[in-house]
Design a protein around this ligand. Structure first.
Ligand code: IVH
Length: 725
C-alpha cells in the first residue's frame, strides 16, 4: 500500500508532485514510448504483415497513456497527426474484430446515440454541501469545533482551491468506470455516464485494485478552464450565437447535453478531490482505515490517472497558517487557469474526519472559505444594438464607467431580449456588475430599491439598426436577426472577421480602414478586398506610397494562407478555429465542402450534427459558393497543401512552453506560432508539467514560481530562438 502515516504527509505543496510516483512509472513510460515509436514507423511504411488483432491491446495501452499525458499532465507525446493515425488504426481494427472492443478503449469515449432522458440514480454516499466561511475568525471557530468534536490538540488541515464548476460523482468497479452522475438533490442525481466518458481527463479505467479497492465513488468538479471558456465564448459570439454567461453554467449545461459528441467538443475537464465510498473485495469499508489522510487520497487519485488538486493543496498546522495560505490564493487565483470561488479547508486525517461526522447538510470536518465577490454598482445609461456578422442583434449596455477588479468597465453585453426581461433591466437602473471569469463583465442584477420613477423600458428594435430591414426570430431561437445579406453592418463584421488574426490575418487592414473602404464602396463583398483600387487609395488623406504598398503586400501575403484560415474566415456559423483545423485535414480543397452531404460532414472527427448542418446550409447558398470561386480566381489558396501541416517539424515534440514578461524579439502570437510549428505545446500557467519558461523583460510571479520547480528550464528569448534554429 503506498499510503503512509499522516505525519509523513505534511510535505508542502509545490514540489510534492515531483516526489510522487505517477500513474505510469518512468520505466513503463519508456516502454510505452518505444512501442509507440515502433507503431509510428509501421504506420509510415507499407506494412508487410499488416496490423492485426494482436495489436489492439497494445495500441489501446499507448493511446490511453497518450491521453493521460495530454489531458492530465498537459505533456503531449506525439504530434496530433501521428496520434490521429494511431487512433484511426485502432478504430479500424476494432471494426474488424468487434469482440475485442473493451469498455475502456479510447474509441468508446464518445457514444454515438443521443440521450433522450437522463435516468435518476442513487449516490452510494449522499453528496453533501459545504458550510461557508468568510474570514479568519470563522476559521478559528471551525478549528475550535473540530478540536471539541475529536478531542485532538493538534489538527492538520488540507487546504485546496474550491473549483467553480459542476459537481460530479464517479463510480469505478473492478477498475472500470461504471457510472457518472450529477449531484441532483444530493441523494439522487442524473446518470450522465455517456457524457462523462466524453470528458477526456476522466479515465475510463483506473487501477484502484492496486490499492486494494474493488469499488469506489469519487467526487469532483467538471470545469472549463478560463482560456477554453473565453475561446469557446468568443467563437460563439462571433457566430452570432448567445454567449455563455459563466464557466460554471457552461460546465453544468454541457454535462446535460443530449449528444456526447457535442460534450466532447466543449473542452471540459474533471478534477477529483474526494472519496465518498471505498470498499475492498470483501465489501469492507476502507475509509479511515487503509485510506488514512485526505492528502493521501488525492495522491492515490493522481496515481490512478486523475486530475487532482495535488499541486495546489497545502497541509497547514494551524488556523493562522490556513488563513495565510488562503490570502496568498486570493491574490494568486487571477493567474490560476481555472475559475475558483474560494478555498476548501479539510481535516487531513480521515480518522478525525469520521470523528467529526456530518450534519444532514454538510460535513463537520470541512468548510468552504469564500473569496469576496468582485461586484460594483453603476447606472445603465443607454442600450445600443449591435449587428453581428451573421446578422444577430446583440443589445449592449452602456454604463457609467466603473472600476472593477483592475479594469474600467463601460460597456456590457446584455445577450438578448430574454436576458433583459429575465433580469427586469430598465434604462436608468442601478445595475450590479460582476466579472465572471474575472474577465467578462456581466450584469448580475438590478438594485430595484434604487428606482425613482425615471427608469424606462428597453425597447428592442423592430428593424435592423444598420439597414432598416425588418428583424426576424426563428421560433426555437432567442436571437433576433437581420436577414439582409447586403446589410452594411454585417458586411463590416464579416470583413473584419475575414481579415482578423485567427482568419486570413491581413496586416494593416483594421476595422477603421474596413469601415472607411465600405463607406467608399471599395468593399461591397468580401472578395473585393483582393480588388482594391490602390491608385484611388493613394489619393486619400492619410495614405502614402509606403502605407499603400504595405497594405498591398499584407493582402497579397494572405493569398497564401493554409486552408483552415480560409475556412475560418468564411464565418460559417458554429465553425471556429478548432473546427476549421479539423475540417481542413479531411478535404483536398474547399470545393470538396460544397459537395459533401450532412452525413459525410458528420463523419469528420470533431464535427457534430449541428456544425454539419451549418456547413451544409452555408454551401447551399449560391452567393457563398460564388465567393469561394471568386477568391480562387483572385489567387487565394483554396487547397489543403502538404506544407501546411500544422507542425512543420517535430523539434519541440512533447515539450511544453510558457512565455512571460514583456517580449522584445517577437510578439506573443509569433511565439505561439513558433512553438506550434515546431510541434511543441503552450501552457497557460507554471506547473510541474511545464518544460520551458521563456522570460522577457520585467518577468514577475511566473518566473519566481518556475524557479522553485527544478525540472523547468528557464530560457531567454535568444535561447528560445536557438532552440528552434
Ligand atoms: S469537498 C463532502 N473540495 O463545492 C464534501 N468540494 O459548496 C465534498 N467544490 O458540492 C466536497 N471544489 O461541488 C470539495 N476542492 C473541493 C471543491 C469542492 C469545489 C464544490 C463541490 C461542493 C461545493 C460545496
Amino acid at each position: 500500500m503506498f499510503l503512509k502515516n499522516e505525519e509523513e504527509f505534511s510535505l508542502q505543496f509545490i514540489g510534492t508532485l515531483l516526489q510522487i510516483a505517477t500513474m505510469y512509472s518512468a520505466e513503463q513510460q519508456a516502454q510505452l514510448l518505444a512501442k509507440a515509436e515502433q507503431f509510428r514507423q509501421r504506420l509510415n511504411m507499407p506494412d508487410l504483415l499488416g496490423f492485426g488483432e494482436n495489436d489492439i491491446a497494445q495500441i489501446r495501452l499507448i493511446i490511453n497513456f497518450f491521453d493521460w499525458r495530454y489531458y492530465v499532465l498537459n505533456e503531449p507525446v506525439f504530434a496530433d497527426y501521428d496520434y490521429d493515425r494511431l487512433f484511426k488504426k485502432l478504430q479500424e481494427l476494432e471494426l474488424k474484430f468487434p469482440l475485442l472492443i473493451s469498455p475502456d478503449s479510447p474509441t468508446q469515449r464518445v457514444a454515438r446515440a443521443l440521450t433522450d432522458e437522463f435516468q435518476s440514480v442513487s449516490h452510494l454516499a449522499s453528496m453533501l454541501s459545504l458550510e461557508n466561511s468568510y474570514n479568519i475568525s470563522d476559521i478559528i471557530d471551525f478549528d475550535r469545533r473540530v478540536k471539541e468534536l475529536t478531542n485532538a490538540t493538534v489538527v492538520d488541515y488540507c487546504v485546496e482551491p474550491k473549483f467553480d464548476g459542476a459537481s460530479i460523482a464517479l463510480v469505478y468497479e473492478n477498475d472500470m468506470l461504471v457510472r457518472a452522475a450529477t449531484r441532483g438533490d444530493g441523494t439522487q442525481g442524473e446518470d450522465i455516464t455517456n457524457n462523462a466518458k466524453a470528458v477526456a481527463s476522466i479515465p475510463l479505467s483506473a487501477p484502484f485494485s492496486k490499492f486494494g479497492i474493488a469499488k469506489i465513488e469519487l467526487r469532483g468538479e467538471v470545469i472549463i478552464t478560463k482560456e477554453t471558456f473565453e475561446k469557446k465564448n468568443a467563437e460563439r459570439i462571433a457566430r452570432g450565437e448567445k454567449g455563455f454567461q459563466n464557466a460554471r453554467n457552461t460546465a453544468s449545461g454541457s454535462l446535460r447535453m443530449k449528444d456526447p459528441n457535442e460534450v466532447a467538443q466543449r473542452g471540459l475537464e474533471a478534477i477529483l478531490y474526494h472519496v465518498s465510498f471505498a470498499e475492498d473485495a470483501q465489501e469492507k469499508n476502507l475509509i479511515g482505515t487503509t485510506l488514512s489522510t485526505h492528502q493521501g487520497i488525492i495522491e492515490m487519485l493522481y496515481k490512478c490517472g486523475f486530475k487532482t488538486p495535488l499541486q495546489e493543496l497545502k497541509v497547514c498546522e494551524s488556523p493562522e497558517e490556513v488563513d495565510a495560505f488562503i490570502q496568498t490564493w486570493d491574490r494568486r487565483r487571477y493567474d490560476f487557469p481555472i475559475e475558483t470561488d474560494g478555498m476548501v479547508v479539510k481535516v487531513n486525517s480521515l480518522r478525525l474526519q469520521q470523528q467529526c461526522g456530518s450534519t444532514s447538510h454538510h460535513p463537520r470536518w470541512a468548510i468552504a472559505y469564500k473569496f469576496a465577490a468582485k461586484q460594483a454598482h453603476s447606472k445603465l445609461l443607454k442600450v445600443e444594438f449591435q449587428v453581428g456578422r451573421t446578422g444577430a442583434i446583440t443589445p449592449v449596455a452602456k454604463i457609467d464607467p466603473v472600476p472593477l477588479a483592475g479594469v474600467t468597465i463601460s460597456s456590457i453585453s446584455l445577450h438578448n431580449e430574454e436576458f433583459i426581461l429575465e433580469k427586469n433591466i430598465l434604462i436608468n437602473d442601478t445595475v450590479i456588475v460582476e466579472r465572471a471569469g474575472e474577465v467578462i463583465p456581466y450584469i448580475a442584477g438590478v438594485v430595484t430599491e434604487m428606482r425613482n420613477g425615471t427608469e424606462t423600458k428597453i425597447e428592442f428594435p423592430k428593424v435592423c439598426p444598420s439597414c432598416q430591414s425588418p428583424l426576424v426570430k426563428p421560433e426555437e431561437e432567442s436571437i433576433w436577426r437581420c436577414d439582409n445579406a447586403d446589410c452594411p453592418a454585417q458586411t463590416e463584421e464579416r470583413t473584419v472577421h475575414f481579415v482578423s488574426k485567427d482568419a486570413m490575418d491581413i496586416d494593416g487592414l483594421g476595422r477603421s480602414i474596413v469601415v472607411d473602404f465600405i463607406q467608399r464602396d471599395f468593399i461591397k463583398t468580401i472578395e473585393e478586398i483582393y480588388r482594391l483600387p490602390y491608385a484611388d487609395i493613394l489619393q486619400l488623406e492619410g495614405w502614402k506610397e509606403k502605407s499603400v504598398s504595405n497594405l498591398k503586400s499584407g493582402i497579397e501575403d494572405s493569398k497564401n494562407r493554409p486552408l483552415w484560415r480560409l475556412i475560418n474566415a468564411l464565418g460559417i456559423r458554429h465553425v471556429g478555429v478548432t473546427t476549421s483545423k479539423d475540417i481542413s485535414g479531411h478535404v483536398q480543397s474547399i470545393f470538396d465542402l460544397t459537395q459533401m452531404s450532412i452525413e459525410q460532414l458528420t463523419n469528420i472527427e470533431g464535427i457534430g450534427p449541428k456544425v454539419a448542418h451549418s456547413i451544409f446550409d452555408f454551401f447551399q447558398t449560391p452567393s457563398n459558393v460564388h465567393l469561394i470561386e471568386e477568391l480562387k480566381a483572385l489567387g487565394v489558396n483554396t487547397e489543403n497543401r502538404p506544407e501546411d501541416s500544422l507542425a512543420k517539424n517535430n523539434k519541440l515534440e512533447g515539450k511544453t512552453f510558457l512565455f512571460t514578461g514583456s517580449l522584445q524579439q517577437f510578439t506573443r502570437d509569433k511565439a505561439k506560432q513558433l512553438v506550434e510549428e515546431n510541434g511543441g505545446k503552450l501552457l497557460s500557467s507554471v506547473s510541474a508539467n511545464l518544460n520551458y519558461l521563456v522570460v522577457g523583460e520585467d518577468a514577475g510571479s511566473k518566473l519566481t514560481k518556475a524557479q522553485k520547480i527544478e525540472t523547468i528550464v528557464i530560457l531567454t528569448e535568444d535561447e528560445f530562438l536557438q532552440l528552434i534554429a
